[in-house]
Write a protein that binds this ligand. Structure first.
Ligand SMILES: Nc1ncnc2c1ncn2[C@@H]1O[C@H](COP(=O)(O)OP(=O)(O)OP(=O)(O)O)[C@@H](O)[C@H]1O
Ligand SMILES: N[C@@H](CCO)C(=O)O
Length: 308
């Protein structure tokens, strides 16, 4: 095989209470990436659909992980990467991670699966370092493993797949850009013990709720007393959207990744669509351009579209 085309999906990181440790893979939106083998040790990046992204491999979140991968391979091979970007950078939907994880998954197929999934996460985290200055795997792991993932530790890597019941995810992406690097800058470095205790309870409750298909417990645990109060001020109408969506029957939700997208989880599709209408109504009322998605959990992560 010389060439492969894949879907690299969007993700929701943090899942409200699990800052940097929980993530969920979405069925939509997704980028399309085509990766071809070269007979020279180099990486070439072509951006299709978003010309503002860097083409220098070490500055592109797809390129940096592939350069790391090439450092661990003998011989004269390299990769030519075409990225058709549908997930807007700075959206909070894991745009940087889709490119980073998609690139290494595709390249690994071309190498007959030489590397393990934890190896791929390790390479792909270099992409997140390029995007936000920090290695974190909460968007990367769900793209590589699919479904819902817990990053118990990144050094050394310890990734746990969390089984989850069927859930519908409604996402609204207001057309403002929040760079993860900036959204991390505003966080406090210290956390009060009483807030940490509350957060630990919610993380454990959310994981238990997902594993037991206990929808009420999932809803009660979607609470964040540490990050959300600081970041939500960057997102227009955040509290109004959250309150009205929960009143309409959503289990709960909050900021997707570092924002500005907001996500809500619902048990049924009808509720998820009602939630979408509420999001649209609130942003239309202030004339804020936005995109919405009603989607589901993608249990496969990256999928192959074609290969030859
Ligand atoms: N292939 C790429 N795809 C997306 N962003 C890239 C890529 N290469 C470099 N970048 C840079 O990464 C930054 C976007 O990443 P950032 O983490 O801020 O947004 P995000 O991935 O949409 O958000 P989040 O991680 O909260 O979901 C931008 O500065 C962008 O130029
Ligand atoms: N956990 C990361 C996800 C965004 O990349 C954050 O919230 O900063």
């Amino acid at each position: 095989m010389k060439k492969i085309k894949i879907k690299a999906p969007a993700t929701v990181a943090n899942l409200v209470c699990g800052f940097d440790i929980l993530g969920l893979c979405l069925s939509e939106p997704y980028d399309v990436m085509e990766v071809s083998l070269l007979d020279e040790k180099k990486v070439i990046i072509h951006n299709e659909g978003n010309s503002s992204l860097p083409t220098e491999p070490h500055l592109n979140t797809a390129g940096a992980p592939l350069l790391d991968m090439l450092n661990e391979i003998d011989g004269n091979i390299g990769f030519d990467v075409r990225i058709l970007k549908n997930i807007k950078p700075g959206s909070g939907l894991g745009s940087s991670a889709a490119s980073a994880a998609g690139a290494v998954v595709a390249a690994n197929h071309l190498l007959n699966n030489k590397f393990s999934k934890p190896d791929l996460v390790r390479f792909a985290m270099s992409g997140e370092k390029v995007a936000s200055g920090v290695k974190h795997a909460d968007n990367i792991a769900p793209v590589i493993y699919g479904g819902t993932t817990l990053i118990r530790c990144i050094f050394p890597l310890d990734i746990v797949q969390i089984p989850a019941p069927q859930l519908y995810i409604t996402v609204v992406h207001p057309q403002i850009e929040v760079r993860t690097a900036d959204a991390r800058q505003i966080l406090r470095k210290e956390v009060q013990l009483k807030d940490a205790i509350k957060q630990w309870g919610n993380i454990a409750g959310l994981v238990a709720g997902l594993m037991k298909s206990d929808y009420d417990l999932i809803g009660r645990s979607l609470e964040d007393t540490i990050i959300e109060p600081l970041r939500s001020i960057l997102i227009p109408e955040f509290s109004k959207i959250k309150k009205q969506c929960i009143e309409a029957g959503a289990l709960g939700g909050g900021i997707s990744g570092s924002g500005p997208s907001i996500f809500m989880l619902s048990k049924g599709e009808a509720t998820a669509k009602e939630v979408e209408k509420i999001m649209q109504r609130i942003y239309n009322a202030i004339s804020l351009h936005h995109y919405t998605y009603v989607t589901s959990i993608n249990t496969e992560g990256c999928t192959i579209l074609s290969q030859d």
